[in-house]
Design a protein around this ligand. Structure first.
Ligand code: AMP
Length: 284
């Protein structure tokens, strides 16, 4: 595995790979790798000839006061894990190479960037859309892999690739969880022991939501959200930011549950903000 710092070197390797007629599979990350990231690498390894992973903590997707500085960083450890999982090129550019002095261009995906997570984190998705566009331009993958864990990000990226006519396939991979249901996240390392014990309530609430829709026949979004609220309220260390039932493709609120819906939520657990979601597909 080669660790690449320079954007020009990344371009060179990508061109060489494409010239050989080989497929590039790309897994963008912010590092602090865990099994969720590695599941994307293994999928990329099956689907392509050269797996490129980026590790870049993107400053412009963090708001003032968010955890950009304290975001966990450990490139040597990430490199070991990436290598073992099948990454051939680890692209870890410097902030000053991605956003040099004079940088002024940003990508916004109207509507999607202000809904749900966007309402709590203004500017976040503009930062995500911008860096993903730049990374896709640099790495020129045939296919790029993202996790369902970040459901809104997945919708945003599918939209932006379509809207900007980018020649890349987007594949969304399932959320990897701890045995107790907590979705793996780089931010879980910040949880205290008590917070860690409390956090799986989010997954329990989502399972309850799925049962309410699928088995109890609940069709009113507010009733599903009420059930989520009730369950999360049983854990004093967890404070729900939002829960919603939305159209899985547009993220718009639904009046009546039918077809395929996404149930996303976000909560504060101590100093950490955790997100999770479930997709519920109704037959017929
Ligand atoms: P991040 O490093 O948090 O920006 O995540 C990089 C990629 O890994 C994104 O596509 C995430 O959606 C994905 N990811 C993060 N956590 C998980 C997880 N628990 N299961 C599956 N994919 C994940």
């Amino acid at each position: 595995m080669e660790i690449v710092k320079r954007p020009a070197r990344m371009t060179f390797l990508a061109r060489e790979t494409r010239a050989r007629g080989e497929r590039i599979g790309f897994v963008p990350t912010m590092g602090a790798l865990h099994e969720g990231h590695l599941s994307l690498v293994r999928r990329a390894d099956q689907a392509s000839d050269l797996v490129v992973m980026s590790v870049f903590v993107n400053p412009i997707q963090f708001e003032v006061g968010e955890d950009f500085r304290s975001y966990p960083r450990d490139l040597p450890r990430d490199a070991d894990q990436a290598r073992a999982a099948g990454v051939k090129v680890l692209y870890a550019p410097e902030v000053s190479d991605v956003y040099p002095p004079g940088y002024r261009t940003h990508v916004t995906v109207d509507g999607i960037d202000t809904a749900l997570e966007g309402a709590s984190r203004p500017g976040h998705f503009r930062g995500v859309a911008t860096v993903v566009t730049k990374l896709l331009n640099r790495v020129t993958p045939h296919v790029a892999f993202f996790g369902q864990k970040d459901a809104q990000q997945a919708v945003l990226i599918r939209r932006l690739v379509q809207d900007l006519e980018m020649d890349v396939e987007i594949e969304i991979c399932p959320t990897v969880r701890e045995p107790d249901g907590l979705a793996l996240s780089s931010r879980n390392v910040h949880l205290s022991a008590a917070e860690r014990r409390a956090a799986p309530v989010l997954h329990r609430a989502l399972c309850r939501a799925e049962t309410a829709i699928r088995e109890d026949g609940t069709r009113k979004p507010e009733e599903v959200v009420d059930q989520i609220r009730e369950i999360v309220a049983t854990e004093p260390l967890v404070s729900l930011d939002y829960a919603a039932v939305v159209d899985a493709e547009t993220l718009e609120p639904v009046e009546t549950i039918r077809g395929t819906v996404l149930v996303p939520l976000a909560a504060r657990v101590g100093a950490s903000r955790l997100i999770d979601n479930v997709i519920v597909k109704l037959e017929g």
